[in-house]
Design a protein around this ligand. Structure first.
Ligand SMILES: C[S@@+](CC[C@H](N)C(=O)[O-])C[C@H]1O[C@@H](n2cnc3c(N)ncnc32)[C@H](O)[C@@H]1O
Length: 220
């Protein structure tokens, strides 16, 4: 079966059962057993993350980075390669097991955790937080309540990078994913987080496009 069709079928069942995040574990578990393909398993970092790092000449220099909804670790490994001390979490235990197995000898600290109930010590603890395509993988509810949680991991002086598929408000899209509107991007700016730049990356005439948003938390 087409990977997107299979993932959507799993998502539909889980949402109908009132468990909108349960399908991720089912999908990663099936993939680990070789009976499904994870549609976003590209094996390379997201192009909007790699492009952002290249444009800014970003280097980690041992600073702490957190990858939210890290999946199989493509972005986490990229950031580790730039010199960040990376923690990467996902709600799916199978995703975390597969990421550790795939990147044997990795310096990334892969952890199973839920964005809705993260370890307390992660609060305001990271110099860079990357959220790529996680919030958009949730229906609403609970998407609207997930968005403000992401920025809470950012330390004073730190950066939040949000990468997502975008849609104009008048465009409906039957997810997953549920592409984000500009209002949803702006909703990442909780507490004292400041939006520095929002890029709307689209081909002329395209219905969907890419968001790349950079926010920072002032140093106290
Ligand atoms: C579309 S995938 C993107 C994965 C990864 N960011 C990538 O680009 O390869 C969304 C990911 O978010 C994870 N996820 C969904 N809800 C989550 C939650 N509440 N807490 C942590 N991870 C979650 C899923 O398990 C899945 O790996």
């Amino acid at each position: 079966m087409d990977p997107d069709v299979y993932a959507r079928a799993l998502a539909g069942e889980a949402i109908a059962d009132g468990e909108p995040t349960a399908w991720f574990e089912r999908l990663y578990s099936a993939a680990a057993d070789g009976v499904a393909v994870v549609p976003w398993d590209k094996g390379v970092p997201h192009t909007l993350l790699a492009g952002w790092a290249q444009r800014g000449g970003v280097r980690g220099d041992g600073r702490r980075a957190l990858v939210v909804g890290a999946g199989l670790g493509r972005d986490a490994e990229f950031l580790s390669g730039l010199g960040f001390a990376v923690t990467a979490f996902d709600i799916s235990a199978s995703a975390i097991r597969s990421a550790r197995a795939r990147h044997a000898g990795t310096r990334v600290d892969y952890r199973q955790a839920d964005l809705f109930d993260p370890p307390g010590e992660w609060h305001a603890a990271f110099d860079l937080v990357v959220e790529s395509m996680t919030v958009q993988s949730l229906p609403d509810p609970p998407r609207a309540s997930a968005i403000p949680l992401v920025g809470r991991f950012v330390a004073p002086g730190g950066t939040l990078l949000v990468i997502a598929t975008g849609r104009d408000p008048e465009t409906d899209f039957a997810g997953p994913p549920w592409p984000l509107t500009r209002a949803e991007i702006d909703a990442f700016a909780v507490d004292d987080l400041v939006v520095d730049r929002v890029e709307d990356i689209r081909e002329p005439g395209a219905t969907l496009f890419g968001w790349r948003a950079e926010l920072h938390r002032p140093r106290g």
